[in-house]
Design a protein around this ligand. Structure first.
Ligand SMILES: NC(=O)C1=CN([C@@H]2O[C@H](COP(=O)(O)OP(=O)(O)OC[C@H]3O[C@@H](n4cnc5c(N)ncnc54)[C@H](OP(=O)(O)O)[C@@H]3O)[C@@H](O)[C@H]2O)C=CC1
Ligand SMILES: O=C([O-])C1=[NH+]CCC1
Length: 314
């Protein structure tokens, strides 16, 4: 008997079944802990394959993962290109394939862009919960693209900041951001102006050279470093990396993909999953960096949430 044809869930359907990033936080925390538990965690996730498309300054990422605990098998295909100002095409485009782990049948093909935006921000929120200073009041976002919006949305829901600042390479996009989100956002004319005095900093740019410098940092600040996912790209300077306690999503990925980690030679203190498990401490009183590369297992649990909601007829 042939398997039922795979479902196709476009972005509208994915949004309907995954309306808020915070819905994924419990599953993500379990997935991070399982990933950092080695074989007993039941997560199989090789370092992704990234195919450079040199002629067009683009990349294709192939991100498979299996979770025994979630009984879920997925692969995400994601392309990422430097965004052209007049382009209607987003810099990141993705599709997620969800398979039946029992027999390998394809169960669903779904938009991966919303999944990528929301799961990335949710993981940053998990890191921030553990690592931000106890008296955090000021949130600073460097960048005004897709990840800036998804991070803002979940951070405002999960935390109570007295002030939110944004800086962006193109100021008009920061102004557009401030005008379109709920709540007051101060548009800053330089990254330095946005960073000085900030307690939590989110770097969500496609910069390839540092945009955040250690000399600006308030001691005890927490940085979620989301961009610079190539071994020769930077968002953070050596001073940030050397003067902070460094947490990562995956040691293996960071040492293969993160220019901020590789080129600074900063020592990795822990994976976020180890903090969730309690086998490594959170040190919120220190200046901390969470270097996020993005993990396929995060897409797996997100796709499962969407598929389970869809198949339940919600
Ligand atoms: N860790 C993870 O799990 C994931 C990480 N990412 C990474 O997060 C980053 C942001 O992604 P996303 O929001 O989707 O991308 P977008 O294309 O939507 O936004 C890119 C942002 O980066 C800015 N930017 C581009 N080039 C530079 C530069 N040279 N210097 C400073 N700023 C620059 C853009 O500013 P402007 O308005 O001027 O163009 C814009 O604000 C990327 O590096 C992406 O690869 C993405 C998905 C998952
Ligand atoms: O995890 C992810 O999907 C990505 N990380 C960097 C580019 C896309």
């Amino acid at each position: 008997m042939s398997a039922a044809p795979a479902a196709f869930l476009a972005s509208e359907a994915v949004e309907r079944h995954f309306p808020r990033a915070s819905l994924l936080i419990p599953s993500l925390e379990a997935a991070l802990a399982n990933f950092s538990s080695g074989a007993e965690g039941g997560v199989v996730q090789p370092v992704r394959t990234v195919v450079p498309v040199q002629k067009y300054n683009g990349f294709l990422g192939v991100m498979p993962a299996y979770s025994a605990m979630d009984d879920a098998l997925t692969t995400k295909l994601v392309t990422f290109y430097e965004h052209k100002k007049d382009s209607s095409v987003p810099s990141h485009q993705a599709i997620v394939l969800l398979f039946d782990p029992r027999n390998g049948s394809l169960k669903a093909i779904m938009d991966g862009s919303i999944i990528t935006a929301k799961r990335t921000a949710a993981v940053s929120a998990i890191a921030t919960k553990f690592l931000m200073p106890a008296d955090a009041e000021v949130l600073c976002i460097l960048g005004a693209g897709v990840q800036a919006y998804s991070h803002y949305e979940v951070f405002i829901e999960q935390f109570s900041f007295k002030e939110v600042r944004i800086w962006n390479r193109t100021k008009e996009n920061a102004v557009k951001f401030a005008r379109s989100v709920m709540g007051p956002v101060q548009v800053c004319s330089s990254a330095q102006e946005a960073v000085i005095g900030a307690d939590v900093i989110v770097t969500v740019t496609m910069a390839t050279m540092p945009i955040l410098f250690g000399e600006w940092l308030k001691p005890g600040a927490h940085i979620n470093a989301i961009g610079a996912s190539r071994p020769d790209w930077r968002e953070l300077d050596d001073e940030v990396m050397k003067n902070s306690v460094l947490y990562v999503d995956s040691r293996e990925a960071a040492l293969n993909e993160s220019g901020d980690v590789i080129l600074s030679r900063a020592e990795i203190f822990a994976e976020l999953g180890e903090v969730v498990k309690g086998t490594k401490p959170a040190l919120p009183e220190k200046t901390t960096v969470f270097k996020s590369l993005g993990m396929a297992i995060e897409d797996t649990v997100a796709a499962k949430l969407v598929y389970d909601s869809w198949s339940a007829g919600n």
